[in-house]
Design a protein around this ligand. Structure first.
Ligand SMILES: Cc1cc2nc3c(=O)[nH]c(=O)nc-3n(C[C@H](O)[C@H](O)[C@H](O)COP(=O)(O)OP(=O)(O)OC[C@H]3O[C@@H](n4cnc5c(N)ncnc54)[C@H](O)[C@@H]3O)c2cc1C
Length: 87
């Protein structure tokens, strides 16, 4: 049996994943295509702007944001994976 999707999102970056989440919560059947086999190990953001914070807060992630903020110290950030990233 073939799967059918309403939307195909190309790229599992922050924009693609949030788009896919929002579409799924709205009832769409979403397929995400990502060319990389594993997440990148390179940090592409240490700071989130106000609009990004608002989008995450709308989905009940205020506590997760506050927790993440506490783990950034000066030029060093301890990532979810336990790795340490230094700018
Ligand atoms: C060094 C660095 C530091 C940054 N710091 C910050 C910061 O502090 N705060 C901030 O807000 N922003 C920051 N940014 C910017 C932020 O990372 C980008 O705005 C954000 O990643 C864009 O998300 P995106 O989903 O559009 O693209 P990406 O995160 O680039 O994701 C795109 C995804 O699509 C995949 N893809 C591409 N083409 C194809 C294809 N043909 N088929 C399948 N998959 C494909 C890629 O592999 C990738 O996974 C930083 C960027 C860099 C490089």
């Amino acid at each position: 049996m073939k799967d059918h999707f309403d939307v195909v999102v190309v790229g599992a970056g922050s924009v693609g994943l949030l788009t896919a989440i929002e579409l799924t919560l709205g009832g769409a059947r979403v397929l995400v295509l990502e060319r990389l086999a594993a997440p990148s190990l390179i940090s592409k953001a240490l700071a989130i702007g106000p609009l990004g914070i608002e989008a995450l807060q709308r989905r009940g992630m205020s506590a997760a944001i506050a927790n993440a903020e506490e783990r950034v110290r000066g030029d060093e950030a301890v990532l979810e994976t336990g790795r340490t990233h230094v700018e």
